[in-house]
Design a protein around this ligand. Structure first.
Ligand code: DP6
Length: 369
């Protein structure tokens, strides 16, 4: 499927300058996307929780473009500072979207963006950042042309556009939880965009916690993009893709039933499998650090002593996400503060939880807490 539409051009004299603003959250994959093909299509199905607090707040200012040029005219500021690197990346992204939105070439675009978490926190901002920008773009389409038929159509298009910027970003446009890739039980699921599974979440998972322990805030030595590329030669890739598809299917059932134990087993195996794939790539690389293992070992001990269903997952980095139900939040937070913070850089962690999804904001509104 495609959203390409050569008819979406404007008469520049008729465009009034304006701005649109969205706050969009990050997400944590429960079953990981690792390996892609073609135009940002995933090699396997992935499933995620959308977070609440880790988010990007993006304002897109637009005005008719004076003069003409082949590419897209865009400038980007991150937390008030011009960012040539992000500007270049955003320009490349917007130019890739020209078949969908040819009008982007006719405008002058200024983007102001900021993350709710410190830039140096070692938390990937591509999912929240690309989804926030994609939502602004679909709002811009509605502003300049017709409204999309309904909210579902709006979010689907935003998910499609976010995917072209960063695969995992396509899952961030929905609150609760999302699935990206084709699953037999979900008739509208697709590799081209994610779909919401919020309605199917058991109440236990709707209020799930995700505390992110910042083991290290340094930059990744290998980008996710390069990591995906290395999967092409990885001898374990074919069985991995089959495993992830089967696990996604199983995960959907667990999320519906509220099975926190099996959920946790799958969650941890997914994290370790992701890092095993990195370690078995050629060239091999390691993103976990000694303190990652200190944290996960202590967590296993805590679990066996208390019986609480607190499990970990990892992104493409050393930081540890601890996922647990509201019912054990008190003692788990105490355990984190007393036993795990010594393994975190500057004793930092971010308390997050399953969230309600992106929100459109007034341009002059102060950021909601
Ligand atoms: C480990 O979405 O960052 O977080 O599509 O190249 O932008 P690109 O990759 P990206 O990869 C994320 C991988 C992951 C797992 C996941 O979120 O599913």
């Amino acid at each position: 499927m495609t959203y390409d539409n050569p008819a979406l051009t404007v008469v520049t004299d008729e465009v009034h300058p304006g701005a649109l603003r969205w706050r969009s959250p990050s997400n944590i994959a429960l079953v990981k996307y690792w390996g892609k093909y073609g135009d940002q299509l995933p090699r396997n199905v992935s499933v995620s929780f959308t977070l609440q607090n880790a988010a990007t707040d993006t304002t897109l200012h637009y005005a008719p473009r004076r003069g003409s040029g082949a590419g897209v005219d865009v400038q980007l500021q991150l937390a008030g500072i011009p960012e040539p690197k992000f500007t270049a990346r955003t320009q490349t992204y917007l130019e890739r979207l020209l078949p969908v939105y040819p009008f982007l070439r006719q405008l002058e675009l200024r983007i102001e963006t900021q993350n709710s978490f410190p830039h140096s926190a070692g938390i990937a901002s591509s999912a929240s950042g690309m989804s926030a920008l994609a939502l602004c773009l679909v709002s811009l389409e509605e502003q300049l042309f017709e409204p999309l038929p309904d909210r579902a159509a709006f979010l689907r298009k935003a998910s499609y556009l976010a995917r072209l910027g960063s695969g995992s970003a396509c899952r961030s446009v929905y609150g609760g939880a999302a699935v990206w890739g084709r699953v037999p039980d979900l008739s509208d699921s697709s590799e081209a965009y994610a779909v919401s599974i919020a309605e199917q979440l058991h109440p236990t998972f709707r209020s799930y916690h995700d505390d992110i322990l910042l083991v290290s805030r340094s930059e990744k030595v290998v980008s996710s993009r390069a990591g995906h590329g290395l999967m092409e030669q990885n001898p374990y890739a074919p069985p991995r893709y089959a495993q992830a598809n089967a696990r996604s299917q199983e995960m959907l059932g667990l999320l519906q039933r509220g099975d926190t134990e099996r959920f946790g087993q799958l969650l941890e195996s997914e994290a370790l499998t992701l890092h095993a794939l990195m370690m078995s790539s050629q060239p091999a690389y390691t993103l976990i650090e000694p303190n990652t293992l200190h944290v996960t070992n202590l967590l296993r001990q805590f679990r066996s002593e208390t019986g609480y269903p607190v499990y970990f997952t990892l992104d493409a980095g050393p930081n540890v996400h601890l996922l647990y139900p509201e019912a054990v939040a008190g003692p788990t937070k105490r355990f984190i503060r007393e036993h795990l913070l010594p393994y975190c850089e500057d004793r930092m962690y971010l308390a997050d939880r399953v969230g309600t999804g992106p929100e459109q904001l007034e341009v002059n509104q102060t950021t909601p807490a």
